[in-house]
Design a protein around this ligand. Structure first.
Ligand code: FES
Length: 98
């Protein structure tokens, strides 16, 4: 099945690229961009990305390496309620204090 019509990439090509990358590096983070690069191509219109990612996720070799799992939830937990600024810089709190 052709997934990317601009570059004529099939689901077989996607699976072959994922399998090849996983064999080359067990800890690799595999992205659509890396798959295009491995196939010697680059996306043009981007209209295929949703289906492209669905086909990627169907491959069992796409798993995130165990040592990298849970990082997003850890970072999200840290950023809850914190916008990266000190509270003293908020205009609403400055006017309330004076
Ligand atoms: S259909 Fe894949 S980049 Fe256009």
């Amino acid at each position: 099945m052709i997934v990317c019509h601009c570059q004529l990439i099939s689901d077989h090509d996607i699976n072959a690229a994922i399998d090849w990358m996983r064999c080359a590096d067990e800890a690799a983070i595999i992205t659509p961009g890396k798959i295009y690069h491995a196939l010697g191509k680059s996306p043009e219109c981007g209209g295929c990305m949703k289906l492209f990612v669905v086909k990627m996720r169907a491959n069992t070799n796409l798993e995130v390496p165990a040592e990298l799992r849970g990082l997003r939830s850890e970072q999200a937990r840290r950023s809850i309620g914190h916008e990266g600024r000190s509270k003293g810089n908020r205009v609403s709190q400055q006017s309330a204090a004076s």
